[in-house]
Design a protein around this ligand. Structure first.
Ligand SMILES: *[C@@H]1O[C@H](CO)[C@@H](O)[C@H](O)[C@H]1NC(C)=O
Ligand SMILES: *[C@@H]1O[C@H](CO)[C@@H](O)[C@H](O)[C@H]1NC(C)=O
Ligand SMILES: *[C@@H]1O[C@H](CO)[C@@H](O)[C@H](O)[C@H]1NC(C)=O
Ligand SMILES: *[C@@H]1O[C@H](CO)[C@@H](O)[C@H](O)[C@H]1NC(C)=O
Length: 315
């Protein structure tokens, strides 16, 4: 016993000597850069959140700019692959020419829903510049092509439209409990999704407004294997209770359009984002106190306790 311990000690002592000799030969600068590389690869971000949008809800949120609705198909569309908990630098530039080999697939699955007939290049550029660059220190994602290929491979391998379908959740005029949607993804994917939902405002005196499934977000480790999402900290409307029902509509929500046609106040017509929508709603309703405001904001897509307005939906 004593002997083997001594052996170990002398082994680690000689290892230490070797290390010291190596260190002596390294300059301060090269040590620093060696450490920076390690830091870059391991700590620049923790994991990916893969966000997919339901085209019809997205268009409803963004009318009137999303006007070519005949181009939409009832299949989840890629919104983005977002590095989460980014600590390092976001580097590099969007390089459209690299995307040639995957462009036809991207055009199909990563549409710019704001402009379904146009060139999605600007949207891809936005997503890469804002999110993709933050993964580029990792050599697995260090080019525009690698980043978009990663998103496509995830999309093709983990089909959330199919996950829902397998659990009997299909686009139509039925609404589904948020808990059922979450469970469907959980059982097919292994982890719960983050849900983003949308409820187009509620007038005084109204008890509730229908809520719509807007986005499903699932998370991945850097090796692109599934993992759980941590709280993203994004100020986006979330289903208040898992008991809430969400519509998963294969067309633009009808009730909403009836309201617009009836020439009732239509916040959607006036704004391009939920934030503006809410701002314009405040403007119109002029709540006098926070409690009043809170009452107005009580919506299926917002936590009762959380009276803060969404900061921005500019992701
Ligand atoms: C669709 O919306 C875009 C952006 O708002 C606008 O430029 C275009 O003229 C619209 N097209 C139609 C057919 O309304
Ligand atoms: C874009 O990528 C291609 C292929 O890797 C490369 O040849 C080209 O120089 C890049 N363009 C820019 C502006 O970096
Ligand atoms: C990306 O990483 C690969 C190693 O996988 C390396 O050969 C290549 O030079 C890197 N490209 C850039 C732009 O850093
Ligand atoms: C995903 O699943 C849906 C529903 O089954 C299907 O229509 C669609 O083609 C699938 N998408 C891909 C890329 O396989």
């Amino acid at each position: 016993m004593a002997n083997s311990c001594t052996g170990l000690l002398s082994l680690s002592a000689s290892a230490l000597i070797v290390l010291l000799i190596v260190m002596e030969h390294l300059t301060r600068d090269s040590m620093a850069s060696a450490m920076a590389v390690t830091k870059g690869n391991e700590e620049t971000f923790e994991y990916f959140m893969f966000s997919q949008e339901w085209p019809y809800t997205f268009c409803t949120e963004n009318e009137p700019s999303c006007n070519n609705t005949d181009k939409l198909v009832p299949i989840f569309n890629i919104h983005g692959l977002w590095p989460e908990k980014v600590k390092g630098d976001c580097q590099g530039e969007f390089n459209y020419s690299q995307l040639k080999p995957v462009e036809s697939q991207l055009r199909k699955y990563w549409m710019d829903l704001l402009n379904p007939r146009g060139n999605p290049k600007d949207f891809w550029n936005h997503e890469y510049t804002k999110h993709g660059r933050c993964a580029s220190v990792d050599s697995r994602f260090n080019s525009t092509l690698k980043y978009f290929q990663s998103a496509l491979s995830i999309y093709l391998k983990y089909n959330v439209t199919q996950f829902l379908k397998s659990a009997g959740i299909v686009p139509g005029s039925t609404s589904y409990k948020a808990s059922k949607i979450i469970e469907a993804v959980n059982s097919a994917f292994g982890y719960k999704p983050e849900i983003d939902c949308f409820a187009p405002g509620k007038k005084h005196g109204e008890k509730s407004k229908p809520a719509y499934l807007a986005e499903l977000r699932i998370c991945f480790s850097k090796d692109l294997t599934p993992r759980e999402c941590e709280s993203s900290g994004r100020e986006v409307p979330q289903p208040r209770h898992s008991a809430h029902t969400l519509y998963y509509d294969p067309e633009l929500p009808r009730s909403f359009h009836r309201e617009a046609e009836a020439n009732v106040y239509s916040p959607i017509k006036m704004s391009r984002s939920v934030k503006n929508l809410i701002a314009s709603w405040i403007e119109t309703e002029r709540p006098t106190a926070v409690s009043e405001r809170k009452r107005i904001w009580t919506s299926p897509c917002k936590d009762d306790e959380d009276v803060q307005l969404p900061e921005k939906l500019n992701y």
